[in-house]
Design a protein around this ligand. Sequence first.
Ligand code: CAA
Length: 259
Amino acid sequence: MEYQYILVETTSYTGVFLIRLNRPKELNALNRRGMEELVHAMQVLDADSSCVCIVLTGNEKAFAAGADIKEMANNTAIDMQKIDQFTRWDMLKKIKKPIIAAVSGFALGGGCELAMLCDMIIASESAQFGQPEIKIGVMPGAGGTQRLTRAVGKALAMEMVLTGRFISAQEALRAGLINKIVPTEIYLQEALKFAAEIAKMPPLALQLAKEAVLRSFETSLEEGLYFERKNFYLLFASEDQKEGMQAFVEKRQPQWKGQ
Ligand code: CAA
């Protein structure tokens, strides 16, 4: 697939790949074609054994200012139902490898929802998060009422969704929406370094651990604990488990194979 709205890059960190949203004039508004490309790129990296961790970013001014309003402004409900664009977004949920969002500037509407679809968020000091759909006559449609509420709790989620108020990186950190705030000039470098730390871990264990954490949103504690235990036991079928535990006993660094 030829990419028009995203860039996929290797990085100087082993195992870390970077995807940039690349519609700067539109503040990286998420059009349908761009999201097709993003899903495709993520799936390709998920299948690529040289990739362990993915960083998704925009630019300093905008991670993404939402779904493309101009593209959908004249759609009818039936068009929306037929196009069903957010079902494509759901495919990002299925990516097994850890995804870090490196957010600077606006992460609004679908942009905030996309950041929340990632596993962790590193934000620049100038990042702003919001669900302003209410101001254009609609409401969040790609997870804003669900993931935001789970992340920050009912009070703040309700306020953001019903008033459209943006929150700063500081407020997002206090609320538990993001992992850390870094200076704007180096936000991407810091996110890549963070991803590089993760990419040093055993790839298979990363994937099964990610799967188990995400399962906690979908299920009861009892079922979640059962699922976690099965993944834990499953890892004893991997060479990396033997290597990791043997390396501990021998007081040396483990060499991961990802199998
Ligand atoms: N869709 C389409 N185009 C957008 C866009 C969006 N979501 N956000 C910004 N743009 C475009 C603007 O129309 C403008 O284009 P032109 O130069 O052709 O006029 C360009 O990007 C630059 O934007 P502004 O001139 O508005 O920049 P600003 O710095 O003055 O304001 C902003 C920045 C506050 C983010 C403002 O652009 C804004 O409010 N954007 C819309 C935010 C929004 O409502 N997002 C939710 C979208 S709906 C959604 O996401 C549904 C969902 O749940 C998935």
